[in-house]
Ligand binder design. Structure first.
Ligand code: ZN
Length: 104
C-alpha cells in the first residue's frame, strides 16, 4: 500500500513498496525511511541534499518565505539554503547595484 497520493505520484516504488517517499513523507519521518536518510523524491527521481534545497528554493521560497523554509529543512541543509537564497538575492538586484558592491 502507498503511504499517500504524493508517494504514488512522486515516490520511487518497487513491488508496491515505497522505496523513496515523496518530500512530504520524508519530512514527516524526519528524513529517515527504511533506516536510511532521504530527502524525498519528485517525479520519481530521488533528491539528494542539493536537489532538495534547490527544489524548496525554486518552488516554495516565493510562497513560504525563507524563515518558514528554514524551519522545514533538516539542519544539515540550512546553510546551503541560506547560501542559495543570498546568491539569488544578489543576482536579482538591479544592474546599478553591481558596480558599487562586491559579491557576498
Ligand atoms: Zn508521501
Amino acid at each position: 500500500m502507498y503511504r499517500c497520493n504524493k508517494c504514488r505520484t512522486h515516490g520511487i516504488i518497487e513491488n508496491d513498496r515505497v522505496m523513496v517517499p515523496c518530500i512530504g513523507c520524508a519530512a514527516k519521518t524526519d528524513w529517515t525511511w527504511n533506516g536510511q536518510t532521504y530527502y524525498g523524491s519528485h517525479d520519481r527521481h530521488e533528491l539528494d541534499g542539493g536537489d532538495y534545497v534547490w527544489h524548496m528554493y525554486n518552488y516554495f521560497n516565493h510562497i513560504l518565505g525563507k524563515d518558514t523554509i528554514l524551519n522545514v529543512l533538516p539542519q544539515e541543509l540550512q546553510s546551503d539554503y541560506i547560501v542559495l537564497a543570498e546568491f539569488n538575492n544578489f543576482r536579482n538586484r538591479p544592474e546599478s547595484d553591481y558596480s558599487s558592491s562586491s559579491p557576498p
